[in-house]
Design a protein around this ligand. Sequence first.
Ligand code: ZN
Length: 680
Amino acid sequence: MREKLVKAQKYIWLVLILVGCSSSEPEDSFVYEADRFADIRILRYQVPGFEELSLQQKELLYYLSQAALSGRDIMYDQNYKHNLRIRRTIEEVIKHYPGDRTVDSFDHFMTYAKQMWVANGIHHHYSTAKFTPQFDADYFAELIYLTAPLATYPLRDGQNVVQLLAELTPILFDPELDTKKVNTADGVDKVLTSAVNFYEGVTEQEVADFYAEQLDPEDETPISYGLNSKLVKENGELVEQVWKVGGMYSEAIEKVVFWLDKAIGVAENENQRVALELLVEYYHTGDLADFDAYNVAWLADSESVVDVINGFIEVYSDPLGMRGSFESVVSFRDQESTERIALISQYAQWFEDNSPIMEEHKKAEVKGIDAKAITVVMESGDSSPTTPVGINLPNSAWIRFQHGSKSVSLSNIVSAYASSPDSALEEFAFSEEEIERSKIYGDQAGHLRVDMHEVIGHASGKINSGVAPVSQTLKQYASTLEEARADLVALYYIMDSQLIEFGAMENLDVGRSQYDSYIRNGAMTQLYRLKPGELVEEAHMRNRQLVALWSYEQGLAGNVIERVVQDGKTYFVINDYEALREIFGRLLREIQRIKSEGDFEAARSLVENYGTQVDQELHAEVLERYSLLDIAPYSGFINSRLVAVETEGEITDVQLEYPDNFVEQMLEYAENYSFLPSDN
Ligand code: ZN
């Protein structure tokens, strides 16, 4: 599971000034923002502490970074089967177009290209709606034809440029064709209506039947069914096309494995070496039991400074929540921030014991929460250019239960986010007191909530014995409710004075500040990210709206949260923080019950009634108020670049650079890491 962060809610999480105090002080003069277009800003991040690493650790980071980038194209193809051909065509135009680049139309074309890179495809990374080009099909044809003599287009066998254009034009310009990457709407066939390249020629019901047949309810260590394959129909039979060496995406996976093998040679210790070897083994066999074995070994490696996530991990892009998108995050430990998180982890059992969930849903022993802060050096696939700020893995429920999980907060990414001031706070907070409190305690509150969400939130609670995994029972609502559960654990405790005793926060104003921003965001400001007429569909957004609006409704009688309209502007104002805490506790108890029992109908009712519908009038107001603020709601990141210095075939140094041109980095990656054919 992962936490993403967008500007609209930045003041909630506003964070990690603390990181500024870690070993190598980030430069004040560092320019974070590198580009701005559509609804995106492109940021850079610093890598404090890199110079202090040993050569062996730097070499390891280098190999893991190469492995990360080698899998980059997989995510494009997973997102949509036409993405690679579209991207390569567009990149050829950018590299070779001989015509006028100063006209508006070319500008619009470049914006489209940048949007595509940010999303790893032509559907928005967050809303998953297909991008609408601001140039027309005639101009596209002009670009393609004028560039043709200079370009190497990704033509199919026997295809000419005219046919390529005829193929791509409706894909780009027909608004009715493959409109959504992930369709989670209720009451439609989510498999047939989603453009994501995880299924071919199968219906949602057929998928459900296919896996229901394989599922053994007695199995206490079930594999993550469907995680690493595309499900297709061949001669009337459903078949999994497995992503492995020798299978689908083999060309890219072979390169990933090549670099992982190099990494194994410079592993920091035995545990890390064993884990990496198991990962390679899994890429060879494609056997999900091998992936589980890898995850168990990865959890056992808690000492290493360098760490990596590499594989088919998160399932947010699958409307059925089964298939994993390729991603990699290469990092090393941020020691100072890790100590702060360790404080929460240390009291994990106390939090579980004192939770408002039902006794039978509590874990008698909360196991192995390995929480740390990390400094990122490279991200790819699902984690790049947009990145999570917190990650908790593995996702397999039984592994989490038996072996625990690793929870990380991405320090240098969070620092980059915190680098710019936030004007939305002043606009949407009701009182001076609220603004002041947020300015003083917003950072601390943000840290604490992210840490508790990841460290004790996702880790808490258990599923009743005999109940299938949540992906089976709660289906499309599983992710939303899991995020809600983790948020509610954090919200419940952030108003607990015991946290002051533990030394985790200064006073209850930290909690109050978090309550203010959570309700403000969940009930109102996050709507900024939707276009008029859209519903709330993304899991984290649904979770936040669900929590905010359910709590608002529950507190109506006692006026716990008040909806105030002043000078035509709406505000959500909390009148009773203690009562709100009690409401959060009740919702946590109910959501844990839903998860523990696998109560699909209750899940549907909560998510559809509170998490999905949009108050059209309020939405229009939010869009109007935001339009006056100069804010990009989404951020993408330029990666740092690792350069290996070789002397006589031996790596003698690894240097780290901070590129500042997003387009150049995307073209560089395309040049060096295009291992897949344009069709898969
Ligand atoms: Zn989460």
